[in-house]
Design a protein around this ligand. Structure first.
Ligand code: PBG
Ligand code: ZN
Length: 330
């Protein structure tokens, strides 16, 4: 039993971990602020900064405050914001989603006025605007795909008219990217970018977002349009369709439980890939961090690095501002 003493590993992986400098030089995945997109909730009223209880650190802002918020993000090196509107009026057809002076068009103009260089994105969906909370127009209890395409296209054109750089359809209707591309092209918006929520799962991780936006469905669930959480091959089909329909950027959502999907999409498509680190993922980390059950700052960096390592070029995350502050403080 002396043999083990003679064994000398030829390769010693630990050699390259011996100092902070070596570890730092050999780091394969780096986070930088250019790749973060900050989701932001915009509401009616004036001088309102309203905390969202299930998303500690995140607020709803009134239109008069969103420009200031965006310029603060820009000062931290953040290049992009994704706007979500909370209207003061909901109806069965979600008419406030595409109203000319609706909440999102006003927020787009406010951000563009305050920070012209910022890449302004707008989520395109009906669930924040419908009184039933579903992502489209109902026919009885079912969401009517093709009727919904018309209203999604109207939203996209309205946001483009208001100066948005990127529209991001998230309703999971078949053909939504193609319908929006055609409508934008017809209305002189050939340069407006489309980021498809291509592989969006019917996840249980959107709860805090639905609190924030008041967009939970009043009956049923979203399983007839959002994807089954068990499916990965189907995600690749969804992404492929969005690419064929003219998406410029494709997204996987949520991020953390779907790193395999991000990784496969990275290998399969030569497209920019975004990943959405969603509200429930954020809330879980915040809750554990507030209880001191985890070292929150380290966990956040570990999670975001993992999303990037899996293959995401862009990351939508509610952690962006705090990460920017801590990277800056270093
Ligand atoms: C709208 C939309 C949702 C999210 C982004 N766009 C909610 C949903 O599909 O129910 C979720 C984002 C998050 O949880 O952070 N369809
Ligand atoms: Zn929706």
């Amino acid at each position: 039993m002396e043999d083990y003493r003679k064994f000398r590993p030829a390769y010693r992986a630990r050699r390259l971990r011996n100092s902070e400098a070596l570890r730092s030089m050999l780091k394969e995945t780096r986070l930088n602020m250019e790749q973060f997109i900050v989701p932001a909730f915009v509401r009616y009223g004036s001088r309102v900064t309203e905390p969202i209880p299930s998303m500690p650190g995140i607020n709803r802002y009134s239109v008069d405050r969103i420009g200031k918020y965006a310029s603060g993000l820009a000062d931290l090196g953040i290049l992009s914001i994704m706007l979500f509107g909370i209207p003061d009026l909901k109806d069965s057809i979600g008419s406030q989603a595409y109203a000319k002076d609706g909440i999102v068009p006003r927020a787009i103009r406010a951000v563009k006025d305050a920070v012209p260089q910022m890449v302004v994105m707008a989520d395109v969906c009906m669930c924040e605007y419908t009184d039933h909370g579903h992502c489209g127009i109902l026919d009885g209890k079912r969401v009517d795909n093709d009727k919904t395409l018309e209203v999604l296209a109207r939203c996209a054109v309205q946001y483009a008219d208001s100066g948005v750089d990127v529209v991001a359809p998230s309703a999971m209707m078949d053909g939504q990217v193609g319908a929006i591309r055609a409508a934008l092209d017809e209305t002189g918006h050939a340069d407006t970018v489309i980021m498809g929520y291509s592989a969006k799962y019917a996840s249980a991780m959107y709860g805090p977002f639905r609190d924030a936006a008041g967009s939970a469905p009043s009956f049923g669930d979203r399983k007839t349009y959002q994807m089954n959480t068990a499916n990965a091959r189907e995600a690749l089909r969804e992404i492929e369709l969005d690419v064929q329909e003219g998406a410029d950027i494709v997204m996987v959502k949520p991020a953390l439980a779907y790193l395999d999907v991000i990784s496969q999409a990275r290998r399969r498509f030569n497209m920019p890939i975004a990943a959405y680190n969603v509200s429930g993922e954020y809330a879980m980390v915040k809750a554990a961090g507030m209880n001191k059950w985890i070292n929150e700052e380290r966990v956040v960096i570990e999670i975001l690095t993992a999303i990037k390592r899996a293959g995401a070029d862009l990351i939508l995350t509610y952690h962006a501002e705090e990460v920017a502050r801590s990277l800056r403080g270093r």
